[in-house]
Design a protein around this ligand. Structure first.
Ligand code: ZN
Length: 139
């Protein structure tokens, strides 16, 4: 149901309830909407409409911070499941893999800025992503 604030030609204000906006417009165009005070059927709608129990979809703004956080968690959990955690040995392991001293595999871990520089200089491909800051005990 949807309610509209309506006004007749004589200025009486009243509220009209309709199945939906389409029903309202249909009834209005057929002069079926009349003023409960004077019976006038020259009705205009006031801009302040409000809807109750609307079945229409809610307007969708851009991605919410929650959605972005959810995506971040998805990436983190993908990495969790598909990358071997080598912790602080990340740079060492990455170089070993790079030079064939260790089996090629996906690894994750932490590295210092200094180590990152070395990896870049050695031509090791890696990417950084923000780690989870929440400690909600997911792992
Ligand atoms: Zn009226």
């Amino acid at each position: 149901m949807i309610a509209f604030d309506l006004q007749c030609a004589k200025g009486h204000l009243f509220e009209g309830w309709f199945q939906d906006r389409h029903a309202f417009e249909g009834q209005l165009s057929e002069s079926m909407v009349t003023c409960p005070v004077c019976g006038d059927n020259t009705i205009s709608r006031l801009p302040s409409a409000f809807a109750i129990k609307s079945s229409g979809p809610a307007p969708e703004p851009g991605p919410s911070p929650e959605a972005v956080a959810r995506l971040g968690r998805k990436i983190a959990s993908f990495v969790d499941q598909n990358f071997e955690d080598v912790g602080c040995d990340f740079a060492k392991e990455a170089l070993k893999i790079h030079y064939g001293a260790a089996a090629p595999r996906n690894i994750r871990g932490v590295s210092t800025t200094e180590e990152e520089k070395t990896l870049k200089e050695e031509g090791v491909h890696f990417f950084k992503f923000p780690t989870r800051t929440d400690s909600s005990g997911e792992s």
